[in-house]
Design a protein around this ligand. Sequence first.
Ligand SMILES: O=C(O)CCC(=O)C(=O)O
Length: 277
Amino acid sequence: MTTRRLEDALAANRREYAQHGVTCLRGLFDAARVASLAAASRDVIERPLEHGNAGYMQGPMTAVNFLYRRPGPFRDFVFGSPAGEIIGRVIGSGTIRMYHDYLFSKQPCCEKVVPWHTDGGGYALQGEMMPNLWVALTPANAANGRLEFIGGFHRGPVARRWSERREVEGPSEPLLPDFEDPAEPATRRYPRLAWDLAPGDAVLFHPYTPHHSKANRSPTTRTGYALRVVGDDVRWCLAKSQWLRVPGFRYESVADGTPVTQDDFPVMWRDAAAAAA
Ligand SMILES: O=C(O)CCC(=O)C(=O)O
């Protein structure tokens, strides 16, 4: 697709992302590439540690990260698909760098509920341009644990909270509201958004958009490949959180307030027109 056509195709997504902090992207990735990712994901589910690192939810569900660091379909997708350009054009960033990836899979009858959280709260980074592109590799729907979002919440200061910390941090850490409580004002105020996805469809969401996924109560597997990326306005903020540590990265080598330009975070896409201007 030409840049002009892609820009046009994404106009509604840009508006939706700005308003709700999440947008659904349908059919933008090559079907053969998605099929190759889906096949690779089945290998990861069988032998997770041969492909990447175990995330903290690995076990009750498949949660394996840094797959893109090894040659193969995940790396090819990160650097050879239009994912970086699509993200950059929706969020308005001239450069998109890889921060980390995650394969998340729930087998049939997987009871694991991923609780409400925001991704940005767990990074040693500050800024708005560090979204998550979650690409469906199987159908994802209400029965098998699709992602659900709290629309518009990212625009309020309270969104800089991270619910899962209630278990691991002290009581001084502010909490996300309990979106499961119908009496909670935020539950009434903000819309709950979710889309059924076909393989190759994706949701792109802001780092401070609360999201969760329920158990898989269906007979089919639900798998998604999540890319967490950084754009132009992102800066190191070591004081904030080092909950998600990037393996091999020397955190002591960076200073708060400096941009993320280190080789550990390779460029996925750069807007050639903006760079030439
Ligand atoms: O795939 C899931 O169920 C959870 C994904 C998620 O929470 C994330 O990518 O941040």
